[in-house]
Design a protein around this ligand. Structure first.
Ligand code: B16
Ligand code: MG
Length: 214
């Protein structure tokens, strides 16, 4: 029985995934590194530094740790500029309705996002007070597909992993949910989430009762 729901943020609740793409694209273009949407798909749910390491595989240059850190900072600056204009209009279809229904049913909810910008994003979309627990990239030492972030969220909710449902748009996140021993719902397509048995295109395609019976 599902007693708590753990939401990923980017790509599930809010469409900041496109902002990440644009920021990485700007960095890659400036550095002369090949980068496209297919490579971008591998970055979903993955931490900033790990994302950069995936991008740099396309470069012939060798980068020092210091340079890697500088590049990651530069990308984050581009990304944070686009976050300035973020508001509720960027909420993804069905997200607010599902969150509101779960709140009405008094189901505890958490955010488990790899992003170190998660709290800024929640403020921008006016959902800071909505979640019982917010776990983000500042709380973890391991990135998805490691289950750490979901296990911390469950512990903070005081709910056993087997009684938690994860809602995720990334392959890394689905893998992390499986490794955490949690139920999951994938947000995406057969192409973006080939390994998600339970999947919808967005949250407008599922009722709260169906979600809780997965
Ligand atoms: P930041 P999520 C993830 O958020 C994004 O999907 C991923 O593309 C990004 O690299 C990661 O956050 C780190 O974000 O650079 O803001 O710390 O999907 O786990 O909510
Ligand atoms: Mg995501």
């Amino acid at each position: 029985m599902i007693k708590g729901v753990i939401f990923d943020l980017d790509g599930v609740i809010v469409s900041t995934d496109e902002y990440h793409y644009q920021a990485w694209k700007q960095l890659a273009d400036e550095e002369g590194i090949e980068f496209d949407r297919e490579i971008n798909n591998q970055l979903r749910g993955v931490s900033r530094i790990e994302s950069l390491k995936i991008i740099l595989k396309k470069s012939t240059k060798t980068y020092s740790d210091e340079k890697i850190y500088d590049l990651a900072e530069r990308k984050n600056k581009f990304y944070r500029v686009s976050l300035e204009s973020l508001d509720e209009r960027e909420l993804l279809p069905g997200a607010l309705e599902i969150i509101t229904s779960l709140k009405t049913k008094k189901i505890p909810m958490a955010i488990a996002s790899s992003s170190k910008n998660a709290k800024t994003i929640l403020k921008k979309i006016k959902l800071t007070e909505t979640f019982d627990v917010v776990t983000d990239g500042t709380d973890v030492t391991e990135t998805k597909p490691d289950p750490q972030i979901f296990l911390i969220a469950a512990e903070r909710l005081s709910i056993a992993p087997a009684e938690c449902l994860v809602v995720e748009d990334s392959e890394a996140g689905i893998e992390a949910a499986k490794r955490a021993g949690m139920k999951y719902l994938g947000i995406g397509t057969i192409n973006s989430l080939p390994n998600a048995e339970y999947r919808v295109k967005n949250l407008s395609e599922i009722s709260v009762d169906k979600l809780l019976s997965l």
